[in-house]
Design a protein around this ligand. Structure first.
Ligand SMILES: Cc1ncc(COP(=O)(O)O)c(C=O)c1O
Length: 405
């Protein structure tokens, strides 16, 4: 047996995002790149801001001794101090350098947190639809994924969360602005969730950690504000990165910030730092810590994403496809229509529609990948020509589909 059974099963299950990405390569080779409209991957197409590129050049030419050496596993103190300042201003709590661990992206941050807090069989609550990788991250560290429903319109439903909490609940991961729905959870929902978690903690003696996964915090539209979370609940942590807001996902820089009011904070931070080491990350990339510390206040040009959102919304409206209007991030979550052709065994409406779109060169991701069959996701961090070019393909696919109600 060359690989572990769990990994083999994972490969066989596959990821819908990966499947669509591979389908795209095959389609581009067959039809030509101009006939393929790829909305499958959340890979920002905007270049990083000038401030970041300048800071990167300056960091790359610095020749102080030790610039490329190992460092403390938590990351450079100057980078952690900058992130503490950032989180303090966003979450309204007095975060300091000692509350921050620099990580390899938000993905690294989430894995470090879960490795630190989970005992075998502990439960981690997520709200569906959820970022597809959460299930793998939870399983990586011996946890069990527990799924709570969202409220209509994809906002948080604290009562639904309350129903799935148990004495085994170690954490809940909340992602806002959300992938795949683009929803930004309002302050009232966050406060209601905090009240549910606090009541659960008083009843069963175990306070679940509230993990806020927010790599899209700065990508919001129409004046929507992302409310603070750490100020609402003490046992909370931020997992974030610069992958989306500085358009540098390949550079792998993220961070964890622990609420200064968290119980046993020093022990938790020591565990996070040790996890960063033993998971093999060792420390976050040195050069990126330098470049981002000097440029983190710069942001992607959100107005360009807003324009893409509006363009894609108009394409979908033109084709008669229903969707939830996003307030943030760069995803559109759409309701899958149905056709007269019966579904194949194991197929859901979102898969059937995604396949029909694929036949016309449009790549989307079925909602099953996000724990939400019946809907599908489109990423609009793509060139405007891709969005405009897809208009005819969406319209012609819809000719053989409709909504029942
Ligand atoms: C909700 C969410 N969390 C975490 C990540 C991982 O981000 P990173 O590339 O910074 O590891 C992503 C990436 O798409 C995401 O959408």
């Amino acid at each position: 047996m060359p690989i572990a059974a769990a990994m083999k099963a994972g490969l066989e299950r596959g990821s819908w995002i990966r499947k669509m990405f591979e389908a795209g390569i095959e389609l581009k080779a067959r039809l030509g790149a101009d006939a393929v409209f790829d909305f499958s991957l959340g890979n920002p197409d905007l270049e990083p801001p000038r401030e970041f590129l300048d800071a990167l050049k300056a960091a790359a030419t610095a020749d102080e001794p030790g610039t490329h050496a190992y460092m403390t596993n938590a990351g450079y103190a100057f980078a952690r101090a900058a992130m503490a300042q950032k989180v303090a201003s966003e979450h309204g709590v007095p975060t300091s350098t000692d509350d921050v661990v620099m990580t390899v992206g938000a993905a690294g941050a989430l894995n470090v947190i879960l490795h630190t807090v989970l005992n075998p069989g502990d439960e981690v609550v997520v709200v569906r639809p959820y970022f597809a990788e959460y299930s793998a991250y939870v399983e990586n560290h011996g946890g069990v994924l527990v799924v709570a429903d969202s409220a209509p319109g994809f906002s948080l439903d604290p009562a639904a969360v309350a129903r799935v909490l148990s004495p085994r609940t170690a954490a809940i991961i909340v992602n806002s602005p959300n992938n795949p729905t683009g929803r930004v959870y309002p302050r009232a929902d966050i406060e209601a969730l905090a009240a549910v978690l606090s009541a659960h903690a008083s009843r069963c003696g175990r306070a679940p950690y509230l993990v806020v996964d927010e790599p899209y915090r700065d990508i919001v539209y129409d004046g929507v504000a992302v409310p603070p979370v750490l100020s609402a609940y003490p046992d909370s942590l931020v997992a974030s990165s610069f992958s989306k807001t500085l358009s540098i996902p390949g550079e792998r820089l993220g961070y964890i910030a622990v609420n200064p009011a968290c119980a046993d904070k020093a022990l938790l931070v020591a565990g996070l730092v040790a996890s960063n080491r033993v998971l093999g990350f060792v420390n976050a990339p040195a050069l990126m810590q330098r470049a981002v510390t000097a440029s983190w206040r710069a942001k992607a040009d959100v107005s360009r994403y807003a324009r893409r959102r509006d363009m894609l919304s108009s394409v979908l409206e033109g084709a008669g496809i229903r969707f939830a209007r996003p307030e943030g991030a760069f995803y559109l979550f759409c309701e899958a229509p149905t056709s007269a052709t019966p579904l194949k065994p194991g197929e859901t409406a979102d898969i059937a529609f995604a396949m029909a779109l694929k036949d016309r060169g449009v790549l989307s991701v079925p909602g099953v990948g996000f724990g939400y069959p019946g809907w599908f996701r489109l990423c609009y961090c793509v060139p405007e020509a891709t969005i405009e070019g897809s208009r005819a393909a969406f319209a012609s696919t819809m000719e053989s589909f409709e909504y029942c109600a």
